[in-house]
Design a protein around this ligand. Structure first.
Ligand code: HEC
Ligand code: HEC
Length: 270
């Protein structure tokens, strides 16, 4: 049976469009997520690296803000150090599947290599301590919208972790940028602690108007709830938007002060 010419033409155009769409969709899934093979690493840190890693894990990266159960980390006992480093800084899991963008790997990609490795050591240590039950990640993948999962696929990039300028620098001061190390250190901490992801320029100006003492004191205020805000905003925010007070409270005065000075500097440049 021959189709009338109009129908033939329609079938042709339709087939062409369907083919193009199929091509686009399949190349999207082929190209994204982008990632490198995990590094072959066997990290062997001493007590100092582990302590540093635990501090960064708790107080700066505030990992437990979202991964609220220590037992969440038990699953990483079987991961290699390279796989963990890649997940934390480049946003793909063991199989190379994209992590949802709520995981702040794009901020953690700014860690100096030794700090990122120290965090991996801390995760390994926690995974050894916590055995047994596996808790689903907060906001487990089922609850993500299709759209946000597609976006999450596009975002991962291989991380280029910088080496610290002067290895072994006792106070981890950024010697490379020595003229104003407190500001630079503060910028580094604020970046990996992702302060400016949530606090936009106008708010930064507000905090910069505080004194250093008041700024640090704000972080020492008792929490009104063990997990949460302490607490100006009454309505509760989703984890990804709420201030991780319990973690940041563990930051040293020196680190909070350097963040304060970085904030001042940022406000000046506005
Ligand atoms: C703002 C919330 C948030 C913070 C903070 C956070 N994560 Fe995540 N993390 C997530 C989410 C959400 C996922 C799951 C993404 C998914 O299911 O695709 C995840 C996934 C992971 C994974 C991959 C898990 C797997 O099974 O594939 C690892 C490893 C991980 N996080 C470690 C960390 C570490 C270490 C830190 C701190 C340095 C941290 N996370 C901080 C939200 C967070
Ligand atoms: C995930 C989002 C998020 C991140 C990350 C975050 N904040 Fe906040 N922050 C908030 C929210 C929301 C509030 C207001 C609610 C509250 O007080 O808990 C707040 C409140 C504050 C306040 C108190 C303001 C006041 O008027 O009392 C200060 C100071 C502050 N943040 C500084 C920081 C610094 C410094 C960092 C990084 C170390 C940071 N924030 C990271 C969301 C965030």
């Amino acid at each position: 049976m021959r189709l009338p010419p109009v129908t033939q033409k329609f079938a042709f155009v339709f087939g062409l469009i369907a083919g193009l769409v199929a091509l686009l969709v399949s190349s999207f899934f082929l190209v994204f997520p982008r990632f490198d093979l995990p590094e072959t690493l066997v990290l062997r840190g001493g007590a100092a690296e582990l302590a540093r890693g635990q501090y960064l894990f708790d107080a700066v990266a505030t990992c437990s803000h979202c991964h609220t159960q220590a037992s969440y980390f038990s699953r990483f006992g079987s991961w290699t150090d390279g796989e963990l480093l890649r997940a934390i800084t480049a946003g793909v899991d063991r199989q190379g599947q994209a992590l949802h963008y709520e995981m702040p790997y794009r901020d953690y990609a700014h860690f100096f290599r030794d700090d990122a490795e120290a965090v991996v050591l801390a995760v390994k240590e926690i995974s050894m301590r916590s055995s047994g039950t596996q808790d689903p990640v907060v906001g487990g993948s089922e609850s993500y919208s299709l759209w946000s999962r597609l976006v999450s696929r596009v975002l991962p990039r291989p991380a280029k972790l910088e080496h610290r300028a002067r290895q072994g620098d006792p106070d981890f001061v950024l010697a490379r940028l020595s003229e104003n190390s407190s500001v630079n250190r503060g910028n580094y901490l604020a970046t990996v602690a992702r302060c400016f992801q949530c606090h936009k320029l106008d708010e930064v100006k507000t905090y910069a108007a505080w004194t250093e003492v008041a700024f640090v004191a704000r972080f020492r205020q008792p929490l009104t709830s063990p997990t949460g805000e302490n607490n100006k905003i009454k309505k509760s925010l989703p984890l990804a938007k709420s201030m991780p007070w319990p973690g940041y409270q563990k930051m040293t005065d020196a680190d909070l002060k350097s963040i304060y000075h970085a904030t001042l500097e940022r406000a000046k440049s506005l």
